[in-house]
Structure formats: C-alpha cells, structure tokens
Design a protein around this ligand. Structure first.
Ligand code: A2H
Length: 254
C-alpha cells in the first residue's frame, strides 16, 4: 500500500464571546477552533467538539483577522501551506491546555444545534489532524461512545468540570440513513459488535471501517438542504458550499 500525504478537510468553529480569562487578549478578533475531519457531510449532526484535556494547544494567527486554536504541530503544517500570517512561521498569541478550552461555546456553520460546547475525550490523539475533533454521535462510533460516557457518568463530568447543561440537553441527531442499518448506523454497529467503552480500540476501528463504507456507498441524507440525496453525491457539494461561505472549510495535507 502506498502511503502518501493524508488529505483532511479543516472545519472552522467560531468561539462565541464572552471569552474566558485565558482568551481575553483575543477578544475582537475572529477566533475559531479548527477541526480535521473526513466527513464534512455529517456536520449537521454535531453535538459538541472534542479536545484532549491533557494536550497543549495554541491560538495561532492565520491572517490579520482570523485566529485558529489547534496544536503547535498542526500550526506548523498550516504555516507551510500559506495558512499563517507570517509565511512558514506560526505566530502563537496564547498558549493553552486542553482543559482551558472545556466549556467554550462554539458556532458551527451547518450544525442543527445553534451552539455546541467543547468537551474532553481521552482518545483524541495528539499527533493527528489538529487535535480538535467535531463530534457527530450519529455517525462516528468514537463520538457515540464518548458522548454516552459523559451523559451516563456524573463523576466523569465533575472530574473535568463539565456542566450538565453542556451535555444533557444534547440529543443524537440522525444525519444519514443506511438501508438495513437505520438512521443511527453507529449505534447499531456498536450494539452488533458489543462496544460500550472507549477502551475497545480494535473493535472501534472495525466499527469505523464498516460505518464509513456503508455511509459513503449506501447512505442517504435525511437532514439539511440535500435531504433525500445520496451521501456520495452531496459530499462534494457540501464541501464546495462550506468553502465558498467565508472559507468554513479548507483542504490541507498532513
Ligand atoms: B472524523 P484518519 Cl462522522 N484524534 O470526523 C482522534 N481522532 C481524530 C483526530 C485526533 N487527533 N483528528 C481527527 N480525528 C477523527 C467525523 C467523523 C469521522 C465521522 C465518522 C468517522 C470519522 C466526526 N467525528 O472518522 O484515521 C475525525 O473524525 C473515522 C476514522 O486520519 C476524522 O474524521 O483517517 C478522522 O478521525 C480522521 O481519521
């Protein structure tokens, strides 16, 4: 198998003021969390955003106005792809840790929820993408299991300072129907494979593979402006729409 550079879509999520003390210096600028995803067509079903609580992040200048919060490693990658105010040199305006981001309110362009919260997930890898992940519990088994864990465990919420109202009012939003699997493919696959914990990493990987193939090849959109159409057909249309609307989507290589 040939291993080439991985291509991701970068999705912006706008941080809604008032900013917490650690971000106060950035008020007045457009500040975004930037997530790497392979499935921009699932954005409608976003319930929250994941960060790794023990990871370091930074607020980096993309241009004179926009600031992206992501890992230093990904900021360096972006700087070599013309996504830095100073070419090839990331400029960090604030050093942050994952825990500083928990509870931030975000606006995401396509999300059915007007506001989503930043929440912690231990399985977020530090050396992949931007270290920021969009959570779509209807179509990603990792997201589904991690979201369930936070819903079910008050202890986990207390441990990370997560308020109930950042989690409990949010419901899984079906985005894609797969014939034979229903509207929540990952819930069915997690049940079929008996997955109920983030520790079952091999099974989660197997579930991801099944869901990705089924969703992409057989899936039909059941929400949003492309409702009723095939996922395969609308994926490029959604990418294009996000790109043209104030660059809410940017393609970049790893
Ligand atoms: B995907 P690949 Cl609905 N740590 O986005 C852990 N996971 C990360 C990550 C990181 N640092 N950065 C990106 N990812 C996730 C949506 C989605 C994703 C759906 C279904 C499947 C899916 C919503 N979460 O991924 O191994 C992101 O989650 C299945 C693998 O580099 C990104 O797309 O190919 C995906 O992993 C990239 O995974």
């Amino acid at each position: 198998e040939e291993v080439g550079p991985q291509e991701y879509e970068l999705i912006k999520m706008e941080v809604i003021p008032p900013f917490p003390p650690k971000l106060k210096a950035l008020e007045g600028r457009n500040v975004y969390l930037a997530a790497a995803t392979l499935r921009p067509e699932t954005l409608y079903g976003q319930t929250n955003c994941w960060i790794q609580p023990d990871e370091n992040y930074g607020a980096f200048e993309v241009n004179d106005i926009d600031i992206f919060i992501l890992t230093a490693r990904s900021a360096r990658n972006l700087a070599y792809q013309m996504l830095s105010r100073v070419p090839e040199k990331p400029t960090c305006l604030a050093e942050l840790c994952g825990r500083d981001l928990i509870g931030l309110q975000l606006k995401s362009l396509l999300a059915f929820n007007e506001i989503v919260y930043v929440l912690p997930m231990q399985n977020i890898l530090t050396h992949k993408g931007t270290g920021i992940v969009i959570s779509v519990p209807s179509d990603s088994p990792d997201d589904f299991i991690a979201f369930q864990e936070l819903v079910r465990s008050p202890g986990l919420r207390i441990m990370y300072g997560v308020k109930d109202e950042w989690v409990l009012p949010f419901k899984v939003i079906p985005v894609i129907n797969v014939p034979g699997y229903g509207n929540e493919t990952d819930k069915k696959v997690c049940l079929d494979l008996k997955i109920d914990s983030l520790n079952q990493k091999d099974k989660l990987a197997e579930a991801k593979e099944i869901i990705y193939l089924k969703g992409f090849h057989n899936g039909i959109m059941i929400i949003g402006e492309f409702k009723g159409r095939k996922v395969q057909e609308v994926k490029p249309l959604i990418k294009d729409m996000l790109l043209k609307t104030d660059q809410w989507l940017i393609t970049y290589g790893e």
